[in-house]
Design a protein around this ligand. Sequence first.
Ligand SMILES: C[S@@+](CC[C@H](N)C(=O)[O-])C[C@H]1O[C@@H](n2cnc3c(N)ncnc32)[C@H](O)[C@@H]1O
Length: 502
Amino acid sequence: MAVQNFPDNILYELDNLDVLRGMNSATVDLIATDPPFNTQRNRSGAAGFYVDNWKWGDAGILPDQWAWNEVHPVWLEQIKDDNPALADVIHAARTAHDDGIAAFLCFLSVRLMECNRVLKPTGSIYLHCDHAANGYIRMAMDAIFGPKNFRNEIVWCYSGGGQPKKDFPRKHDTIFRYSKTADYVFNPDDVRVPYDSDYKATMFTGEDTRAPGRTYTRNPKGKVVEDWWRNIPRPYGDKRTNSPDEKPLALYERIVLASSKPGDLVLDPFAGCATTIMAARKHGRRWVGVDRRIDARFHVVCRMAGMKAADAEKIRERPDLADWLNDQLAKYDAHYSTDAPQRTDEGENAAPELGPVYMLSRAQQQPWQRLRHSEMRGILQRAQANTPGTRVVCAGCGRELEEPFMELDHVTPKKDNGENYITNRILLCGPCNGKKKADRTLSGLHRENKRDGWMLDEPKAQSAMAAVRRASARVRDAWNSPDVQDMVAAARGEGARRMELA
Ligand SMILES: C[S@@+](CC[C@H](N)C(=O)[O-])C[C@H]1O[C@@H](n2cnc3c(N)ncnc32)[C@H](O)[C@@H]1O
């Protein structure tokens, strides 16, 4: 039974990765969120205008563009280890589109992997995006939540000014809906809308001529809304609060009503000016919001107090602003924190970080279990050839290749709970790694290679495997010995150089 390790109705003013990583697994009923869209533009938080020149840390500037050199190498390694299909999606985005979109997908994916972990088995996630990245986000979500858990691609249609000279005006956003499992909450009766006025009664009511005995009647409460949502206008004029990204409350109310029950917990890790929070509050759900903006608390409180943008700006000038904000939070029975929660379920749950293969939290790991992807690669390569750049033998087919063509894989597949540590690692050539994927054993790969004629030299493959196993056992059993420490230091240097080149 999952135990919630954070208070109800709390706003965290932090990077959401820290908060998500601190939340116990299976504690959230619904995630409804609207991350930055990778618009490649930057926005001024106060006025909502796009600005051209910005620096990280400029007050009020929300950067919405990503660069490959900002991608944390550890994110990439974790993605490669825990979800090779997702690594392929990111690679494809980088090839088909550009580095920026791949970097954005890395940023989003590490967070979505945590979202998947914190959802309850009956939970769902709705993710709001637009044409800038929606095709790639769909693929990443398939890789994370599983294509069979895809439920809807909702199209939110709106109108407004802006007519490009040579294109159709872009007037819709996309909301991807995934469930955690096949057993998910959905309340169709809570999201019915009136039938259209041009609805032809004869088509759908009365007896079905193709299925005698079956009759159709209209539901007096209306029809369940289709996957294209209209008549929900964008907030404009004095209806807006103080955020350029504000989404309509009615949109998020529909999401909350469709996929959660009263009393359920709703999370928005990219909370902005609290549209999801407001929808959750209005319908008797508990909520958790996260936003890394320094004035996130100000925006959320003003929204809860029903203030319009101009009034909020006046409040900002109060000398006792901090006290006022605290009083308001207490009034709305809400909490605020700049410290991430700490997980308390690591002992009983096999997913302390990202995937089921991390059986121990980082603090519980031995130093050899903390080796990074690039370090393990360097060590195993050295186990076969002492000088970098010499050829390495593939443990799958016995081919000798230059080191950059080798890939790090698992001996026991991850589907069988194979660990990510060096003791369960081998070096394979690209084609063997592609065939082995996350679910095949090494002996299965050997059999397939022999069947399809790819096995070049089985004894050589076996001895490459034996050399790698000897080296990883030594790393585990004699971590402090000079030869192991030399090997680790050399691999670390090479890994850093490889990162620079990438
Ligand atoms: C598109 S806005 C959300 C708008 C929201 N749906 C609303 O209606 O107000 C995205 C928000 O995500 C926040 N954000 C971006 N990266 C973040 C991160 N790593 N952690 C927490 N918040 C983040 C931004 O500060 C911004 O407020």
